[in-house]
Design a binder for this molecule. Structure first.
Ligand SMILES: [Cu+2]
Length: 215
């Protein structure tokens, strides 16, 4: 456990050491037209600034607390290494305040973040062109036949069947009068007698029935 931790710390230190040494760089500053270009430069601890004079006049770089370059003629270069962090204003040792610049030294070399490997995007499957569905010809809707008006059945007139109470037929045995031989000539009389007798019987029966009903 301890060994692993130590190894990890040692590895990290080694990594930072390598990174810092790797990031230690030489940053150029041109001197042209009586000016430092760039006038302000940001570097990291351990970096070196190299001034190159491009003017026909002589110049130098005088950095307080760091050092002063030699006087540079046209085309000559000189360097200073910045070992401590901070902001370092400087000027030309010959022209002084007429030529000034600044070097900003960052404290630590920020480790370059290892780029996260971007996953190779799998090509999206090209969607097959969907064939436009042929629209089925819409059959014209056949008009639904409106229901024929059903003739409202006229209710059959409930004719109250006349409950014909049949009168009790009484078989009346009429005394058959055996007409004498003269019946042939008296045929009309005999018939009238029969009818009268039947009437009498019927009336009597009706009277009888009435008397019965009244009781
Ligand atoms: Cu100068």
């Amino acid at each position: 456990m301890r060994a692993a931790r130590f190894a990890a710390v040692a590895g990290a230190l080694l990594f930072f050491a390598l990174a810092s040494t790797a990031s230690a760089a030489v940053r150029p500053v041109d001197i042209a037209n009586f000016a430092f270009q760039p006038q302000s430069l940001t570097i990291t601890v351990g970096d070196t600034v190299t001034w190159t004079n491009k003017d026909t006049f002589q110049h130098s770089a005088r950095v307080a607390g760091v050092g002063t370059t030699v006087v540079l003629s046209q085309g000559q270069s000189a360097s200073l290494t910045f070992a401590t962090a901070g902001t370092f204003p400087y000027d030309c040792g010959i022209h002084m305040s007429a030529m000034t610049g600044t070097v900003v030294v960052r404290a630590a070399a920020t480790p370059v973040p290892t780029p996260v490997p971007t996953p190779i995007p799998t090509p999206a499957p090209t969607a097959r062109p969907t064939v436009a569905p042929t629209v089925a010809p819409t059959t014209e809707p056949t008009p639904t036949p409106s229901p024929a008006p059903t003739a409202t059945p006229t209710p059959a007139p409930t004719t109250a069947a006349p409950s014909a109470t049949p009168a009790p037929t009484v078989a009346v045995a009429l005394p058959t009068q055996q007409a004498p031989a003269a019946a042939a000539s008296n045929d009309g009389d005999a018939t009238g007698l029969l009818v009268a007798g039947a009437l009498v019987v019927v009336i009597g029966l009706v009277a009888f029935a009435l008397t019965r009903i009244r009781r």
